[in-house]
Design a protein around this ligand. Structure first.
Ligand code: F6P
Length: 324
């Protein structure tokens, strides 16, 4: 390969810049050219490119977001869109791609590879940590720390007023953030899409905690939880059934996606970027680079897309014991 194109796609996450930096610098190290593609697949279709060298990625390892911007492209889902993208890449001599994003972004890469035999490598970037084939996605560790910091602050005001707080965290389909930040933040209950707690059990648990002398409580809810009520409806429901509770809701929202990446995410990004480029140089294609047992690994892209990233059930038990 002679020229690698790198892009970030889907929801941004802290550590994406560190991964861009790693890809660009690994290319420079191996005397390969590198092109940054703006706005994900949409920028690829529009030929929105920038030549990048070792110096063009200085001072970004510590920055949240993505200097290449991100987008979700509808046009790339069409054969015509992908043809335009292929033509634009060919025009500038890009002959391999590194895609930093989630499973939707990988699906685009996989189809593009099938249609044009274009070498592609994926780097998992999403705060949700919902990708098979890696213990951590870029941004997950940072998001956990952000959420725990917020819960700590909420705890201060919750305990001052003897209140119950429902804290909604991100995780459209996955409870990794809720479960881990919930345990780290000392939550009373954690509601995630992968495990149905049930409304009755929630009421019972809250009743019990009042009876055992708890004056304030925090319940963490993943936005994709399947309890059948959104966080505000849940507040109304619990208030109606347990009038002794004074309840507030805090939806953390997109603040969870921003901020300087943690050291873990920076190191992860640096390691995955090196592996992605060096694997392309070795002639490999259609893999996602990931981290398993602190080893950088390759998982076939299709497997990463189709596989399920399961939560650790033992954590549910730990949470239950901790909230006695
Ligand atoms: O990055 C993944 C995620 O954080 C999900 O948990 C959330 O539902 C979604 O992004 C929201 O993203 P957007 O506002 O960009 O659609």
């Amino acid at each position: 390969i002679k020229k690698v194109g790198v892009l970030t796609s889907g929801g941004d996450s802290p550590g994406m810049n560190a991964a861009i930096r790693s890809v660009v610098r690994t290319c420079a190290y191996h005397n390969i050219e590198c092109v940054g593609i703006y706005r994900g697949y949409q920028g690829m279709i529009e030929g929105d490119f920038i030549e990048m060298g070792a110096r063009s990625v200085h001072n970004i390892i510590n920055k949240g977001g993505t200097i290449l911007k991100s987008a979700r492209s509808k046009e790339f889902r069409t054969p015509e869109g992908r043809k335009k993208a292929f033509d634009e890449l060919t025009k500038v001599g890009v002959d391999a791609l590194v895609i930093i994003g989630g499973d939707g972004s990988f699906t685009g890469a996989e189809i593009f590879n099938q249609e044009y035999g274009f070498p592609v490598m994926g780097i998992p970037g999403t705060i949700d940590n919902d990708i098979y084939g890696t213990s951590h996605t870029l941004g997950y560790d940072t998001a956990l720390n952000t959420v725990v910091e917020c819960i700590d602050k909420i705890r201060d005001t919750a305990s001052s007023h003897n209140r119950l707080f429902f804290v909604e965290v991100m995780g459209r389909d996955a409870g990794h953030i809720a479960l881990n930040a919930g345990i780290g933040g000392g939550a009373e209950e954690i509601l995630i899409p992968e495990a149905e707690l049930g409304l009755e059990r929630l009421l019972e648990s809250l009743q019990k905690s009042k009876a055992t002398g708890k004056s304030s409580s925090i319940v963490v809810i993943a936005e994709g939880d399947k309890i059948g009520k959104n966080v505000f409806e849940l507040k109304d429901f619990v208030e109606a059934n347990l009038p002794e509770y004074d309840i507030r809701v805090s939806v953390l929202g997109h603040m969870q996606r921003g901020g300087a990446p943690s050291c873990y995410d920076r190191v992860l990004a640096s390691r995955l970027g090196v592996k992605a480029v060096e694997s392309l140089i070795e002639g490999k294609s259609n893999f996602m680079v990931g981290m398993l047992n602190d080893e950088v690994t390759l998982t076939p892209l299709l497997q990463a897309i189709k596989g399920e990233s399961v939560i650790d059930r033992e954590l549910l038990r730990v949470s239950e014991i901790m909230s006695i």
